[in-house]
Design a protein around this ligand. Structure first.
Ligand SMILES: [Zn+2]
Length: 285
């Protein structure tokens, strides 16, 4: 099969397009013929590598994909060859207590497609049958492939863990990027009021087009936590979504209302920052 892969970590120049063996579905797996894959920030980080990341080379990046089932592995009897699918890139073992409870993200043998195992920048990929979700006809392949990783992440954070409710106010720090744009739409879908803090007018206009109710440009307003406080009716916000962290976590803690929830699934500006713990326990965050 044709695939994009790399033999060593580095910049875009390490990517190579060529022939690799077509994978064979094992028991419980399906072979998916990919029609679209998406580019996530994760793919760039994986290509660049980090200490402790040990990949089987050549590595094929790509966490997201959509296409159709091309072959069934042993024991897969309830799926059809030709069935359109979109991939769930969270690969649990399917056997441990966490997986059997449906909490496959907590699996101790968890993998992410394209990060720790070969991914979707190829004509074919093998995944557990349960990770190939039936794709409704109204979604085209490219739109579906763009959704998988970021919408699952944003939904799990905001709805499953954050328990966002209709009528609540959400602060989303960062106006662009996959997870944040997904979070804006999911929060609106849930009936929440959405305040977005962004770093440029262009990014904020994207957030507005996705339904954000209040836009705050932190490049123009250094005291943006105060602007958030005012926008929340001087009460603070119920939920803070912060995937920027370095330089934003503390202002986010300040912006949260008593009993609020602070959600994070990433740290695009760096993982470390100083916090004043009194805001966490004092406000029951
Ligand atoms: Zn497991």
């Amino acid at each position: 099969m044709k695939a994009v892969s790399f033999h060593q970590h580095g910049g875009p120049e390490v990517l190579a397009y060529g022939e690799l063996p077509e994978p064979v579905p094992g028991p419980g797996q399906v072979l998916v013929r990919l029609r679209a894959a998406a580019l996530n920030r994760l793919d760039l980080w994986t290509r660049e590598g980090w200490p402790g990341l040990k990949l089987e080379m050549p590595h094929i990046p790509g966490a997201d994909g959509a296409g159709e089932i091309a072959a069934l592995g042993e024991g897969v009897t309830d799926r059809q060859v030709g069935e359109r699918v979109v991939l769930n890139s969270n690969l649990g073992c399917g056997r441990c207590p966490a997986c059997l409870e449906g909490r496959d993200n907590l699996c101790r043998d968890w993998h992410l497609l394209g990060e720790t195992v070969r991914g979707t920048y190829a004509e074919y990929v093998v995944v557990p049958a349960a990770n190939a979700f039936p794709l409704p006809d109204r979604f085209d392949d490219a739109a579906a492939a763009a959704c998988g990783l970021v919408y699952l992440t944003a939904w799990h954070s905001l709805i499953t863990r954050g328990r966002l409710q209709a009528g609540e106010t959400v602060l989303i720090i960062g106006a662009s990027g996959g997870v944040n744009t997904a979070s804006i739409q999911i929060a609106k879908h849930a009936g929440a009021r959405v305040i977005v803090v962004g770093s440029s007018p262009t990014k904020l206009s994207l957030a507005e087009s996705l339904g954000a109710d209040v836009l705050i440009d932190r490049s123009q307003d250094e005291d943006w936590p105060k602007a958030v406080y005012e926008a929340s009716g001087r009460r603070g916000v119920d939920v803070v979504v912060d995937n920027v962290i370095n330089g934003t976590l503390m202002p986010g803690l300040r912006a949260a209302a008593k009993g609020g929830r602070v959600l994070t699934v990433g740290n695009t500006a760096g993982p470390k920052t100083e916090i004043d713990n009194r805001f966490i326990f004092g406000k029951h965050l």
